[in-house]
Design a protein around this ligand. Structure first.
Ligand code: SIN
Length: 514
């Protein structure tokens, strides 16, 4: 196995990984990227923007209140305070790096509005192409640093742990299939989400929960695994992954109607289409369960401004023969973001010595049971930066204090070749969407766990992405089974109310290796 060595190793090249790498320089940093740099990261597809209390009528305190309200009472307050306090400074840094955010005619940042925000506070670029602009900016900055090496087309497979200390990552070179060891003084996981686990998702195919699965196999503490956010309005035109129709479209007044012409959100929540994401997503799902289809109508409120204000959405619609200026956009809920992940403290430290995590793969506790729109790019910026400063400043490395001894691992059972890997992937995606999706219950969760167990027995040693998805799917289903209440994005039809006894975050470890 070839070996590379550096001061720091960052696994993942989306916003969290690149900001961490940038701030770690001039240390010698290697960034592992599963595809070509700029591809395969959900950042590139982010439409909405970065939430930051920049407006004159806004404050970090109001931003924190909205973040906590969306999170249904279990956000970590300290982490929320740091997030909302640091937001304007992180936006300023991106501007200094050259990010071209949208401006008003007066030259000020043009702030958009999204659901559950009581103020206009969404910093955006190109109308609905914010992620693209940020990634472009960070890539240019990273390329300008000779101390940052980007290893493209390399998939991380497992953590290398020496004497209880994370020392690097065993990876596979995608083009040659060769195993390569990347060793470093500090290791950062920034591998993004796990949306591929669900039949319907807005995430890129690369979002296979690799960081969570690697950390889990090495015994790391995980948190909030049951909380998976479904975006209410993915474009329902038969594409996989589903293109996103940004929430900002509803922020600008578009309404949801079913095929009977009913604006059903009015009867469900006082904020109607701008209710919290889980409420809107479940309402659309319920319409679907009743055999209805749902459209997003922006013809009167946005109309002719669609191409200019939402060029990405307009392009997706046009490609499917839909003109949103005059027609409803067909929408459906899709897995969008995972609030759970590798448990970290306020510096991104995991429970494993010398391992940090940031971005979607981590669980800082900032989002609680449900993430407020446009807080994900922000979290990646704020906590990616904090990880870098902790690595630069702190020695010797600390563990996250919640750490306890890793549980014993057992070997995966022998593989039964009856189901193909493609079939297994399709099965797990279906069962996750049906049974571990927007509406859950005990029987469905048990059924999902049984199927995942069966597939784990067959594919525990197979190609790493499927293996990773099965590990993550199991952890989500187990956590969802244990939370016998409904809260935020986690809705149990057999326990439809919130229960004070569960008004706290959940922590878990992988009990055995799938
Ligand atoms: C959106 O544009 O609706 C997505 C923003 C987000 O997920 O935060």
């Amino acid at each position: 196995m070839d070996a590379h060595r550096g001061d720091a190793l960052v696994v993942g090249a989306g916003i969290a990984g690149l900001i961490a790498a940038l701030k770690l320089a001039p240390a010698k940093v290697t960034v592992l990227c599963k595809t070509r740099l700029g591809k395969g990261a959900a950042t590139e597809w982010a439409q909405g923007g970065i939430a930051a209390a920049i407006g004159k009528d806004d404050s970090p305190r109001l931003h924190a209140i909205d973040t906590q309200r969306a999170g249904a009472g279990i956000n970590d307050r300290k982490i929320v305070e740091i997030l909302t306090r640091d937001a304007p400074a992180r936006v300023e840094e991106l501007l200094e790096l050259g990010a071209a955010f949208d401006r008003t005619e007066a030259g000020e940042l043009a702030l958009g509005r999204e659901a559950a925000h009581q103020r206009r506070r969404i910093v955006k670029a190109g109308g609905d192409a914010t992620g693209h602009e940020i990634l472009k900016t960070l890539i240019e900055a990273v390329r300008g640093h000779s101390s940052i090496e980007i290893a493209e087309d390399v998939t991380a497979a497992d953590l290398i742990v020496d004497d209880g200390r994370v020392a690097g990552v065993a990876a596979v070179d995608n083009s040659s299939g060769a195993r390569v060891a990347f060793r470093a003084g500090a290791v950062v996981l920034a591998t993004g989400g796990m949306g591929r686990l669900y039949r319907y998702t807005t995430n890129p195919v690369e979002a296979t929960g690799d960081g969570i699965a690697m950390a889990a196999r090495a015994g790391a503490l995980l948190a909030d695994m049951e909380f998976v956010q479904f975006h209410p309005t993915a474009l329902a035109i038969g594409r996989d992954p589903m293109p996103l129709v940004t929430e900002a479209v509803r922020g600008e007044g578009a309404t949801l109607v079913n095929d009977l012409g009913e604006r059903f959100m009015l009867a469900i929540h006082p904020d109607a289409e701008l209710a919290p994401r889980d409420v809107v997503a479940r309402a659309i799902f319920e319409q679907q369960q009743r055999g209805r289809t749902v459209g997003l109508c922006g013809s009167t409120t946005i109309g002719d401004k669609f191409p200019q204000d939402f060029p990405t959405v307009f392009g997706f619609c046009a490609g499917a023969g839909i003109d949103p200026r005059v027609q409803n956009i067909p929408v459906a809920p899709a897995a969008h973001y995972h609030m759970g992940g590798i448990a970290v403290d306020e510096w991104g430290r995991t429970s494993l010595e010398n391992l940090w995590a940031c971005g979607e793969t981590s669980a800082t506790g900032v989002h609680g049971a449900n993430r407020l729109a446009s807080n994900s790019l922000l979290e990646a910026l704020v906590y990616g930066s904090r990880v870098a400063s902790d690595i630069a400043n702190a020695a010797p490395r600390q563990r996250n204090e919640r750490a306890t001894k890793p549980s014993r691992q057992r070997h995966a059972p022998r593989r039964n070749p009856r189901t193909s890997a493609a079939q297994a992937l399709s099965d797990v995606r279906n069962v996750m969407y049906s049974n571990v999706g927007l509406v859950r219950n005990q029987a469905g969760l048990r059924e999902a766990l049984a199927r995942i167990e069966e597939l784990g027995a067959q594919f525990g040693e197979a190609g790493s992405e499927l293996r990773n998805l099965l590990v993550v799917g199991r952890l989500i289903a187990e956590a969802a089974l244990a939370r016998r209440e409904s809260r935020g994005s986690h809705y149990r039809s057999d326990f439809p109310q919130s229960d004070e006894a569960f008004a706290k975050r959940s922590f878990t470890r992988l009990r055995s290796v799938a």
